[in-house]
Design a protein around this ligand. Structure first.
Ligand SMILES: [Zn+2]
Length: 356
C-alpha cells in the first residue's frame, strides 16, 4: 500500500481538512476537475482510494446528453461506476476489511430490506443507490465511499484495471445466468462492444461450445475471435438467420432494435433471448416466432451476487479483462476518455486512473 495524500499512514484515518480531486460533469459536454472534500465512511462503510475506473457507455451518454431516460443530471455529477482501488479508511463497525486491502467496488448498494432484496433480487431494489446515476456521485475521483459488503477483496493476480472491469464482467455473468448458458450451449452474442466481449468470455467459461458473435466492426470481431468466439458474422454482409445451426441462447448486447429482432428470429425452438443492450425504448418483436418456438424473452438489469464468480474466473485466468483495455487516461483527461470511443473505431474499453 502507499500513503495517499489525505491519509495518515498506519491509521487509515482521513485528515480533517482532506480534499481530493474529482472530475465533475456540470452539463452536457462540460467536465471539469474540482477540489472536493474527501468523503467520510459512515457506519458499515469504507473509503476506497480509487486506482482505476472504467468508462462505460452510460458515462458517455450522460456526458453527451445530460440524461438517460428518467435520470437527469440536474446538479453537478461525478461519473464513473466501474471502480477498484485500496481501502483507505474504515467506518465505525467495519471489521471485514483492512486499510490497504485491494478491492473491487460493486457500485450499487440496495436497501437490503425490501421484498426484492429479501428475495435475493437486490438488483431490482427500488431504493438502489447506484454510482454515477443522478443524484449519486460516481468514481471519477480520488476517493469514494461504499458499503463494506460491496467492496470485494481481490487477489494480487488481478490488476487494478481488471478489478475495475469486474463490473462490466458482472453484466455478462448475469446475462449468462439469465439465459441459463451451460455446458454445450450454443450461444449467439449480438454486438461486440465491451459487454458483448465479456459475455463471450463468460459463455465460454460456463461451458458454451458454439459462440457466434455478430457486429459491424471488423476490429471487434477479430478480438471476439481471440476471446473465444467460435464463429463471427459481419453484420454488414451476412445474417445471423443464415447460421447452419440455430443458437439456443441469444445474448443481445447491441441495443439495436432491428438487429435484436433479427437475432430473435435466428433462435432455435425453446430458445432464450436475453436483452442486455440498451437502445430504443421500443422494439419490433417477431411475436409469431416467439409463440411458435416457445421462446423466452427476458430483460436484465445490472446483476446480483456476481462478484464472487467474477473474481474466481478472472483470478483463475479463465477470463482476460486487461485485454479489453485500449486506453488509459489521467483524471484531468476524463473528457478525452469519455469521447475515445467515437474518435477511434479500434477503441474498446478505456480507463481513468484518478491518482494520476
Ligand atoms: Zn431493496
Amino acid at each position: 500500500m502507499s500513503a495517499a495524500a489525505g491519509t495518515v499512514p498506519g491509521t487509515g484515518h482521513l485528515g480533517p481538512a482532506a480534499t481530493m480531486r474529482a472530475s465533475v460533469l456540470r452539463g452536457p459536454g462540460d467536465v471539469v476537475v474540482e477540489e472536493r472534500a474527501v468523503p467520510r465512511p459512515g457506519p458499515g462503510e469504507v473509503a476506497v482510494r480509487v486506482a482505476s475506473v472504467g468508462v462505460c457507455g452510460s458515462d458517455t451518454h450522460y456526458y453527451d446528453h445530460g440524461r438517460i431516460g428518467r435520470f437527469v443530471v440536474e446538479s453537478p455529477l461525478v461519473l464513473g461506476h466501474e471502480a477498484a482501488g485500496e481501502v483507505a479508511a474504515l467506518g465505525p463497525g467495519v471489521s471485514s476489511l483492512a486499510v490497504g486491502q485491494r478491492v473491487s467496488v460493486e457500485p450499487g448498494v440496495p436497501d437490503l430490506t425490501c421484498p426484492q432484496c429479501l428475495a435475493g433480487r437486490y438488483n431490482l431494489c427500488p431504493d438502489m443507490r447506484f454510482f454515477a446515476t443522478p443524484p449519486i456521485d460516481g468514481a471519477f475521483a480520488e476517493y469514494v465511499v461504499v458499503h463494506a459488503a460491496f467492496a470485494h477483496p481481490v487477489p494480487e493476480t488481478i490488476s487494478d484495471d481488471a478489478a475495475a472491469l469486474l463490473e462490466p464482467l458482472s453484466v455478462g455473468i448475469w446475462a449468462c445466468r439469465r439465459g441459463r448458458v451451460g455446458a454445450g450451449s450454443r450461444v449467439l452474442v449480438t454486438g461486440a462492444g465491451p459487454i458483448g466481449l465479456v459475455s463471450v468470455q463468460v459463455a465460454r467459461a460456463f461451458g458454451a461450445t458454439e459462440i457466434v458473435v455478430s457486429d459491424v466492426n471488423p476490429a471487434r470481431l477479430a478480438l471476439a475471435r481471440d476471446l473465444g468466439a467460435t464463429e463471427v458474422v459481419d453484420a454488414r454482409t451476412a445474417r445471423v438467420t443464415d447460421l447452419p445451426r440455430p443458437p439456443e441462447v441469444l445474448l443481445e448486447c447491441s441495443g439495436h432494435p432491428a438487429a435484436t429482432a433479427e437475432a430473435i428470429r435466428a433462435l432455435d425452438r425453446a430458445g432464450r433471448a436475453v436483452l442486455v443492450g440498451m437502445g430504443g425504448d421500443e422494439l419490433p418483436l417477431p411475436l409469431s416466432v416467439v409463440q411458435e418456438r416457445e421462446l423466452e424473452v427476458t430483460g436484465t438489469f445490472r446483476y446480483a451476487n456476481t462478484w464472487p464468480t467474477a473474481i474466481a474466473l478472472v483470478g483463475a485466468g479463465r477470463i482476460d479483462l486487461d485485454r479489453l483495455v485500449t486506453g488509459t487516461y489521467r483524471l484531468d483527461q476524463a473528457e478525452d476518455a469519455l469521447t475515445a470511443g467515437r474518435r477511434d473505431p479500434r477503441s474498446v474499453k478505456v480507463v481513468v486512473h484518478p491518482q494520476t
